[in-house]
Design a protein around this ligand. Sequence first.
Ligand code: PGA
Length: 242
Amino acid sequence: MIIANWKMNGSKEEVGSWLKFVSSNILINKEIPCVFCPPSCYLDYSSSLIKEISSPVKLGSQNINFSNDSALTGGINSQMLKDFLTDYVLIGHSEQRDYLNEDNESLQYKIKDTLKKNISPIFCIGEPKTIKDENLTKDYLRSQLEILDSLDSDQIVIAYEPIWAIGTGENADKIYIEEVHGFIKEFSLQELNFKEKVSVVYGGSVKLENCEDILSSSEVDGLLIGGASLDPDTFSKIYNLS
Ligand code: PGA
């Protein structure tokens, strides 16, 4: 799975030209979903355009809110995402954990909520630099992964994004990524009672220059791409190399 995470970038016009370019330049492989996560305000437009041009691109949301009732000003719920034919949603991105103080309880609610609506959660985890330097990465990830206990579902995707690699230009190296992805897959089988190996994608300063090396690992099931996904030519090339 190759995912474009646009964060708070782009305009309606750029969304349109990106979708048209990528749709006609990727050599789609049905086994490798190509997922576009635009800002929420462009979900409706993206959904209509994907339909209109019969695009192979799947739609993902960058956001879903936690609330049991409807009184959340500015909120978006899973039913609304369904209306836009959204197949995926990013949950627990480090920027949202940080700026919006997301905790394990609200993240678990969101994951359960999306699974009920048949939307695949892409659950983001990753450690800060201090934790890496202290060799505590696995303990840190364990505490993030615990909320998936017994939520066994082949719809759950994990995105491993070391915080120190996001938007810094400094990606994790292949050996480190392999070790961490291997740990996540093993942990989900042994401790979270998953029946099958979970898909784990890598994110954090993925570019055209490093994507092949990262993808060459058997532990890497795809990429979550921020900055380098904005340019449709670069993104299409990355997809075609996957
Ligand atoms: P980046 O962002 O590719 O710009 O590092 C990745 C992400 O935050 O999903």
